[in-house]
Each structure stands twice: as structure tokens, then as C-alpha cells.
Design a protein around this ligand. Structure first.
Ligand code: ADE
Ligand code: ZN
Length: 350
């Protein structure tokens, strides 16, 4: 309807999307064919012989709840599915086509700027070189700006289930490409992996001029402690960000801290819906909004979340939090205000 059209037409900035989480079954099939790979999807080692079988397997992935946080007995976790998809990313062309598909998709949703995440450790450990990865991403970045009018800058995430030493090595290895990278993030399995483990590399990145952010995922048992540590140990303040952090809505102290420090957040409604009860999600998002915290809506891993992209996340939050079109315009403006693009780019969008 016309209200949906209003949301579609809002100029958007997307600040929490894992580029590897935008891999469709179609692209996965195409890259595997091109690279001469058999597609093995789960720990049973099942080989998929057709795109139809592969699509059906994505549907199974999508219908399973959880981020691998509290579902260790499940036969198939989100992270197995997600990292399984990495295997087909081999050549510069693969990285380029993956990213280009994302940019084309969100260009149709009026995204004007984005800061996609990438997980280099998931690629270097398979023998992919930095030139392959960054060469593919650079080609996309340039083509997206030229052909789609979308400006962007990459955010390199460390896998928190790997060591701080590995994070530091990857930080150093990224520096030759630093003109493409605006920020440093922290993702992957958060269970028993406190942000403070990575304090040294985040301090270095901050002092060098990178923006920083870290996942504090919804439903993690230590989430309040982790949100606190992102501020106290990683040094997140006004210039930086927290990814998720929704559980702060339950803690007056954390809400005050985030508000006082002027920290912004990214919120992914469809992602939470997969593993949290509805009435624990939307009242909290609404509470953040009513507390005047600056957050933006994003899509996280669209192809592993029932094919929901930034527009779907915005429509969902509008409906479930009973937000007006004016409120949605505020959320879209938040995204442009909190993003790490140069001032000239931000005012163009605002
Ligand atoms: N890496 C990619 N997607 C992720 C998610 N949803 N949570 C944590 N790490 C991730
Ligand atoms: Zn994420």
C-alpha cells in the first residue's frame, strides 16, 4: 500500500549486513559449478546434485531457530550453514559477484550508502589470498558507486571464536587495503567469548582511526556484561557502534550508559524473530526508540533469514512496534546520522 511505498522510497543506509550472509542458493550453486566443487552442506556430508536440492536445504536452515547459541544438540546450526557457504568463494570474480548481487538487490530498496561486514578469517583459513578477496570487493565498491549510485566502505570483522592473535594478524594484513575499510567489528559465536579478549587489537584500531563496533547478540547469556565491556574494554563511544545490544532495554543502567555516551546501535528484527518470543523483541525495540537511543534497522544475513532484506526488516519493525511513517523516517535518518561516511555523503542522504 501507499505506506509501504513510503518506506520503500525512504533513502536508506544499511550498517549491519554480513556480505557472506547474502549468498543465495542460486549464487552458491553457480560458484560451485564454476569452481568444479561438489556441494556438501551439513555435517552428514550430503552432496547436493541440483539447485532444487540446494534450495530445499536452505529452507531447512531457515526454519531452524537459533544462532548456535543455545541449540548445540541441533543437527544443523546457523553457523554451520553460514560458514559452509564460504567454501564456494574462491576467485576474485566470486567475491565480486557476491557483493554485486547484494548492492543490486538493495539499490532497488533505495539504499544509498552501506558498510557491509566481511569475515576475512573465514577466507584466509581456506587459502584465499587478500588480493583475491579485496580485489573482488574493490571492483564491486567502484561499480556500485558508478552504476548504482551507492557509496560504501567495508567493515572487517574478527571471528571472536578464534584467537586474539589471529585477529591481530588479520588487522595487520588488512592495512594495505585500508582505503577500502572504515571500521572493525566483532562477530561469530559469542558464547563464552567476551569482548575484552580483543581489547588490544580494538585499541590499536581505534588509535589508528578506524571506527569500531561489536556484536552483543540477543539472548546470549552474558549479554549485559558484554554490552558493558564493549564500552569499558573496547572503548566504544559516540563515534562507534554496538551491533544488536537489544537486551540493554532491560537494564536502566545500560540504557543510561548508551544514551550518555551517545552510542548508536543496529537492530535486526527478523533475526531475533527466529529465536526469541515476539513479546521479548518488539517491546524492547520500542523501549530503545522511546528512550531516544539512536539505532538503525538492518538485515544481518538476509539469505539465511528467510530472504528478508532491509526493506522487510523496516516493514516488520513498523508493524510490530506500531511506529508511524514519521517514526520510520526518523529511523532512516538515524542510519544516515550514525554512519561513518564522510560528512558530505551523509548530508547528501539526509
Ligand atoms: N556472522 C554472520 N552472521 C552472524 C550472526 N547473525 N551473529 C554472529 N555472527 C555472525
Ligand atoms: Zn551480525
Amino acid at each position: 500500500d501507499s505506506k509501504d511505498k513510503f518506506i520503500l522510497d525512504l533513502p536508506k543506509v544499511e550498517l549491519h549486513v554480513h556480505i557472506e550472509g547474502t549468498l543465495t542458493p542460486e549464487l552458491r550453486w553457480k560458484f560451485a559449478q564454476r569452481n568444479g566443487q561438489a556441494l556438501k552442506l551439513d555435517r552428514t556430508g550430503t552432496v547436493y546434485h541440483s539447485l532444487e536440492q540446494l534450495k530445499a536445504s536452505h529452507n531447512i536452515i531457515q526454519s531452524r531457530p537459533g544462532h548456535g547459541i543455545d541449540n548445540a544438540e541441533e543437527s544443523f546450526t546457523f553457523f554451520e550453514a553460514y560458514y559452509g557457504g564460504f567454501d564456494v568463494l574462491v576467485t576474485q570474480q566470486d567475491f565480486n559477484e557476491l557483493a554485486m548481487h547484494y548492492f543490486e538487490r538493495v539499490a532497488a530498496m533505495n539504499v544509498r550508502y552501506c558498510g557491509p561486514f566481511f569475515d576475512p578469517q573465514g577466507h584466509t583459513r581456506r587459502g584465499v589470498t587478500w588480493d583475491t578477496m579485496m580485489g573482488g570487493f574493490r571492483a564491486t565498491q567502484e561499480a556500485a558507486e558508478r552504476n548504482l549510485g551507492i557509496k560504501s566502505s567495508w567493515i572487517m570483522c574478527f571471528l571472536r571464536d578464534l584467537t586474539p592473535e589471529s585477529a591481530m594478524e588479520h588487522y595487520q594484513a588488512m592495512l594495505p587495503y585500508r582505503d577500502m575499510v572504515i571500521g572493525i567489528g566483532l562477530d561469530s559465536d559469542e558464547n563464552d567469548r567476551a569482548p575484552s579478549l580483543f581489547a588490544d587489537v580494538f585499541a590499536l584500531a581505534r588509535e589508528t582511526g578506524f571506527r569500531i563496533t561489536a556484536h552483543c547478540d540477543v539472548g546470549n547469556k552474558d549479554t549485559h556484561n558484554h554490552i558493558h565491556q564493549v564500552v569499558s574494554a573496547l572503548g566504544v563511544s559516540e563515534a562507534h557502534c554496538i551491533d544488536h545490544g537489544l537486551n540493554a532495554a532491560q537494564s536502566p543502567d545500560l540504557l543510561r550508559l548508551i544514551k550518555e555516551k551517545g552510542i548508536s546501535m543496529t537492530i535486526i528484527p527478523w533475526g531475533y524473530l527466529r529465536h526469541e518470543p515476539v513479546d521479548e523483541i518488539f517491546p524492547r525495540i520500542r523501549a530503545l526508540y522511546d528512550a531516544g537511543i539512536c539505532f538503525s534497522i538492518a538485515s544481518d544475513d538476509p539469505t539465511y533469514m528467510e530472504d528478508t532484506w532491509i526493506l522487510h526488516d523496516m516493514l516488520l519493525v513498523k508493524k510490530m512496534c506500531a511506529l508511524s511513517t514519521a517514526d520510520m523516517a526518523t529511523l532512516a535518518r538515524n542510519a544516515a546520522e550514525m554512519c561513518w561516511a564522510p560528512e558530505t555523503v551523509r548530508t547528501e542522504i539526509l
